[in-house]
Design a protein around this ligand. Structure first.
Ligand code: KDG
Length: 352
């Protein structure tokens, strides 16, 4: 069955089943609660967890590890039901389902969250991270925690960061080797104002859309290109509809494991500890899987016939300078103090 048709059917069937509770019970079985409404010990629970990628993508492998750890740590009482391929919706609508309490867990990129918590946009500054070590240090340090602390007021609990990864550009028109090469390209971006402004600054014509719409938009030439980590380009088979892969490495995107606060507040401390521990262990595992998969993906994409080009450091520097006014504008918006703290964290890593 064609991938899009399967996704369309799942996209209709599954959310309605989930809403009717047919796929679970909103995390509650026959639950014993104390006088404050909080449960005690570990209860029988079914936890619905949705993501945008498929189960073989590093994000899917991370969620399968999370499921394994939660079930192991709870003696099988807490069951995680994973839903892949945006079958419960895209990052934004799954995050809204958590706020509504109709889904328990999702693991979105931080980028689409900026509509709720603008400060997450500091991770969208192009060229702010040079490598994974720097990204891990900022995300797992005080700056990452400060952003996590902003989630409860949005009805969300953040458990751990993991890796979507460094984003690379694909398109069907021509290789992008210089800043000028972006001119006029219609590029799909995530629903994120920093990305939109940055690509406009480079002379491209950005078009924000949900992840599940990207393949069709590329296939129908509604857009010329898109940008995602190598593992995603491979797992989504973008090579079937894109000729050029340019290693721009222009943004590092984190994933964040989110829990519905409505669900979280009903859990005992022991159950909360199990989810937090499992998310952190699965996050570390997922980062390793992601990094290994990116090394494999670039070889597979070349074998699949993509024309791959590097981008020189001097051209990357030129892009960075062109985009700097965008970063400065959003630093004001997100808070220069937080941006300064992130840069200080980066300085610490770089001076090691
Ligand atoms: O669930 C996560 C995916 O939706 C993620 O891959 C999003 O990078 C993303 C994109 O381009 O939308």
């Amino acid at each position: 069955m064609k991938k899009n048709m399967k996704r369309a059917i799942l996209g209709v069937l599954l959310p309605s089943m989930v809403l009717l509770g047919a796929c679970g019970n909103n995390g509650e079985g026959s639950v014993k609660t104390n006088a404050t409404g909080k449960t005690e010990g570990i209860q029988e629970r079914t936890i619905k967890a949705g993501i945008g990628n498929n189960e073989n993508h590093p994000q899917g492998q991370g969620m399968k590890k999370f499921k394994e750890l939660v079930e192991e740590k709870s003696g099988g009482k807490m069951k995680v039901q994973n839903f892949f391929d945006a079958s419960l919706g895209d990052d934004l609508n799954m995050t809204k389902a958590l706020q509504a309490g109709t889904q328990e867990i999702t693991n979105p990129s931080t980028s689409p969250l900026v509509g709720m918590i603008p400060e997450f946009g500091i991770f969208d500054f192009p060229f702010v991270f040079n490598n994974e070590e720097e990204a891990d240090a900022v995300l797992d340090g005080p700056v990452g925690q400060k952003l996590m602390d902003k989630l409860p007021e949005q009805g969300l609990i953040g458990l751990a960061y993991s890796e979507n990864g460094f984003r690379q550009l694909t398109n069907s028109k021509h290789a992008v080797k210089t800043a000028e090469d972006f001119k006029g390209l219609k590029i799909r971006t995530m629903q994120n104002e920093v990305h939109l402004d940055a690509f406009k600054k480079l002379g491209a014509n950005p078009s924000p859309m949900a992840f599940s719409e990207v393949f069709t938009a590329l296939e129908s030439k509604t857009v010329d290109g898109q940008e995602n980590p190598l593992s995603t380009i491979k797992s989504q088979k973008y090579n079937e509809v894109q000729k050029h892969l340019s290693l721009t490495k222009h943004v590092y995107t984190p994933f964040i494991m989110l829990v519905s606060k409505k669900f979280w507040d009903k859990l005992s401390e022991e159950e909360q500890g199990i989810l937090r521990e499992a998310a952190q262990e699965a996050g570390k595992y997922q980062r390793e899987v992601s990094r290994k998969e990116n090394e494999i993906a670039i070889k597979d994409l070349e074998k699949a016939g993509m024309k791959i080009n590097e981008v020189s450091d001097e051209e990357r520097e030129k892009m960075k300078k062109m985009i700097q006014p965008v970063n400065d504008k959003y630093a004001e918006k997100f808070g220069t103090e937080l941006v300064d703290e992130m840069m200080a964290e980066l300085e610490k890593v770089r001076s090691k």
